[in-house]
Design a protein around this ligand. Structure first.
Ligand SMILES: [Zn+2]
Length: 85
C-alpha cells in the first residue's frame, strides 16, 4: 500500500508545489533548500540554514483526502433468503 501524502509544501516566493509528504525528512528538506537557493522569488538562505529559516520561505498545506470516495456497499443488499428445499 502506498503511503498517503499528508502535506503539500509550497514555495512562498513563487508559489510552486515542491514536495508532497507525510513527514519532512532530510531528503525532502534537501529538495526544499535546493529550490530556495535557486528561487529568485524567495529569500536567500545562508550556508547552514536553520529549519526555521527554511520553513519561513515555505507554505505548508494539509492535503485534502479527495481520493477517499464513498463506495456503495452493494453486498449489503444481498440477502440470503433462498430456502434450499
Ligand atoms: Zn520558489
Amino acid at each position: 500500500m502506498p503511503d498517503r501524502p499528508g502535506f503539500d509544501v509550497l514555495c512562498k516566493g513563487c508559489g510552486r508545489s515542491l514536495v508532497t509528504v507525510r513527514l519532512l525528512r532530510d531528503p525532502e528538506i534537501d529538495v526544499l533548500v535546493d529550490h530556495l537557493r535557486v528561487c529568485s522569488a524567495s529569500e536567500p538562505l545562508g550556508d547552514t540554514p536553520m529549519l526555521g529559516t527554511i520553513l519561513r520561505g515555505l507554505l505548508v498545506r494539509a492535503v485534502d483526502h479527495q481520493m477517499n470516495t464513498d463506495v456503495p456497499t452493494d453486498q449489503a443488499a444481498v440477502t440470503a433468503k433462498s430456502e434450499s428445499r
